[in-house]
Design a protein around this ligand. Sequence first.
Ligand code: NZQ
Ligand code: ZN
Length: 383
Amino acid sequence: MVKFTYKNPTKLIFGQGQLSTLANEIKAFGKNILLVYGGGSIKQSGLYQNIQKELSHFNVFELSGVEPNPRVTTAQKGAKLIQEHNIDFVLAVGGGSVIDCTKLIVAAAHYQGDAWDIVIGKHIPTQATPFGTILTLAATGSEMNAGSVITNEKTQQKLGWGSPLVYPTFSILDPTYTYTLPTHQSINGIIDMMSHLIEQYFNEAEHTPVMDGMIESILRTIIQYAPIVVDNPTDYQARETLMMAGTVALNGSLRWGYLGDWSSHALEHAISAVYDIAHAEGLSIIMPNWMYYVMPKHIERFEQFAKNVFHIHKHTPYETAKAGIDALQQFWKSLNAPTRLSDKHIDASCIEQMAKHCTENGSFGRLEILNFDDALAIFRNSL
Ligand code: NZQ
Ligand code: ZN
């Protein structure tokens, strides 16, 4: 294993009715609150109205309309609001996009230049306005990590950045807030959290049995509970199970001793920078194809995955390894997720551009280090 230090300062407030703790959590920071949310799902569900009641003793300013795949221009707007209104605390209410955008807002508010400088690492944040989250979609883990993914429409780039300054102070996770998700969004969340577990499972370390066991068990749990949520969106136990799985999948606690591969995310971010498709749709297409591509050099690892996640035992290690990937792809297909780029009407015309995107800073991936030609081959195999 690689040496590591682990600290996660986000306070997790989990369970039905936990919104009642909101005012108490915020009051020490001050009176001026910036509420950040997306396209309006929180108004339809009634959560917005309940938050307003809880915050009746605060001065609440708003930034609405944060896009799925949040734009740097929206973050810039939010940063300006913090400066103009002396905002003391920011509250992000929504899914990963709203939370990611908020992370850039709170850092950019203390920088006079362009917010994009922070995303590309030209400016390292030295200060950030404190913020909390109320999660409405179990997926990214952004509610308990310090990462953020931002799109720049002008340059057609979608890039991740992070800073220890942008861990949420607290995150309220009430599983009932995910009841209103359209089925395809619940499925997107399930695929995203599974992909985070898989990215970490296929890592650069040689021996990680504690983490392996935890990841395999969480993957089996998600596979068990995903169909329940699809059939019955208001099944509380299934919703709370998936919400916890999504958070733990990417809060750093399953990455002790390695960083993980993250090739599929690099490949996916290149797709959704060029085509405005959901992050999870891109993953469900790319990840199995990345697996097929690298598996022949890592048969033992993929065999372990097949055996311990899908209970598959074939005649040879290769057959077992391959059947494990087939099973994953089949499981996502059974949830109606796309498996080929053509399912999303993406053809070969842009694959060179996408391969360039993922190799902008050189090679990528850790289980297997990949280059431009590898990226091109994986995109071609995914057509
Ligand atoms: O905008 P509103 O109206 O709120 O609607 C949203 C949005 O249209 C809707 N939604 C959310 N909660 C809902 C709901 N609709 C009904 N009921 C609810 N309870 O769902 C749509 C998608 O929301 P979004 O926030 O975009 O989804 P997700 O949480 O999957 O976030 C995706 C973004 O996160 C990035 C992705 O690249 C993508 O940009 N990621 C962030 C990561 C991180 N910070 O650690 C890691 C991930 O790998 C990922 O890259
Ligand atoms: Zn993801």
